[in-house]
Design a protein around this ligand. Structure first.
Ligand SMILES: Nc1ncnc2c1ncn2[C@@H]1O[C@H](COP(=O)(O)OP(=O)(O)OP(=O)(O)O)[C@@H](O)[C@H]1O
Ligand SMILES: [Mg+2]
Length: 336
């Protein structure tokens, strides 16, 4: 695995108390793979992404890149290692310096890391612009002179300029119009294929995640509740929360209670047992008392849910014969 996250926790101290935004979470992403991270607003997705690249402090756990623990490095070491991981943020305008032209924005990382001569840098920036589908004439513009889609392309070009091994995209298309979302998602999917970049694609939009990700991790209130492959998503989603996310895709018709109709757990005092128990239509007495552990259903499919306590223990479960969630072909074949 190129990126390994073990028992990572992020905590915020606020006036209301201590909030565990990410709680003892483990994940890994293989080289060249894109892992999608999906979950509702406030479940801790951005906190996790930011902790991985060092923008917020971890209170516990490790982040390893290529086997190397990248916390606790000296400043100089950390520059080299962190250069290998780049992030694209949700809001393309605030991520750009309003006083710097596109060319300057794309040249700075090359200057800082002393990559190539100045003539080569010029060419490199031209090639980057070309690759993300921006006309060379835009190089002299300031961020406010660009459209939203163009700005996000500049952000993607900047993240690619240092040839990263890992690209973390945090809601990269949420601020864009629907038509632009498809273009930018296609660009990201193409880039990942071409450059074999290892990706973490964060979004609250399951349809967008399933479009670019090979595997999908579903997060609920600071924890992972299910990890499954893109192919398993539509017919083999095991966790009732994953099923709720699928059912809330427009056109599916909600078969489970919508989030607004039930009280969401207080993140300052998460429930003692399963955190989804209050909203779960299949909750059992054990769910209120005991937090479910992540257990393997076979083939890398893991789920944290007491419904599978028995199945997960049986070695024969690798055969995967519990299509407990059937959806229509429209959802299954849906693409952006
Ligand atoms: N700097 C901060 N200080 C205090 N609390 C924070 C801070 N940043 C985030 N939080 C809280 O931590 C929790 C997780 O926030 P985070 O931004 O990671 O969620 P998210 O899944 O990215 O949500 P969204 O989909 O809305 O972007 C939320 O309850 C949020 O209010
Ligand atoms: Mg976020």
């Amino acid at each position: 695995m190129l990126l390994e996250i073990d028992n990572l926790s992020v905590r915020y101290r606020t006036r209301r108390g201590v909030l565990n935004a990410v709680d003892d979470l483990s994940l890994s992403v293989a080289r060249g793979e894109t892992l999608g991270l999906v979950g509702e607003s406030g479940c801790g997705k951005s906190s996790l992404g930011r902790a991985i690249v060092g923008l917020v402090d971890l209170v516990g756990g490790t982040v390893r890149l290529d086997g190397k623990d990248i916390n606790g490095l000296t400043h100089r070491q950390s520059l080299t290692w962190r250069r290998r991981m780049q992030m694209v943020f949700q809001d393309p305008l605030s991520a750009l310096d309003p006083r710097k032209t596109v060319r300057r924005t794309l040249t700075i990382p090359l200057d800082v890391h002393r990559i190539s001569t100045s003539a080569e840098r010029h060419e490199r920036v031209d090639a980057l612009l070309h690759r993300v589908g921006l006309a060379p004439a835009l190089a002299g513009r300031l961020p406010h002179e660009l459209s939203g889609g163009q700005r996000q392309r500049v952000n993607i070009a900047r993240a690619l300029s240092l040839d990263p091994d890992v690209l973390i995209c945090d809601e990269p298309v949420s601020a864009l119009d629907v038509s632009l979302q498809a273009q930018v998602l296609n660009l990201l999917a193409d880039l990942q294929r071409e450059r074999a970049i290892t990706g973490l694609f964060i979004s609250h939009d399951l349809a967008a995640v399933s479009y670019v990700a090979d595997r999908i991790a579903v997060m609920y209130l600071g924890q992972i509740v299910e990890i499954l492959s893109r192919d398993e998503l539509w017919h083999h989603a095991a966790h009732p929360y994953t099923q709720l996310l699928i059912d809330s895709i427009p056109g599916q018709g909600a078969r489970l209670p919508t989030p607004s109709s039930v009280e969401l757990p207080n993140p300052y005092e998460p429930p003692r047992g399963c955190r989804f128990e209050q909203r779960c239509p299949r909750a059992m007495p054990v769910c209120r008392e005991t937090p479910p552990a992540l257990s393997e259903l076979g083939g890398g499919h893991v789920v944290a849910c007491h419904l599978y306590d028995d199945i997960a223990l049986r070695p024969s479960s690798a055969g995967k014969t519990w299509p407990i969630h059937e959806v229509t072909e429209t959802t299954a074949s849906r693409s952006i």
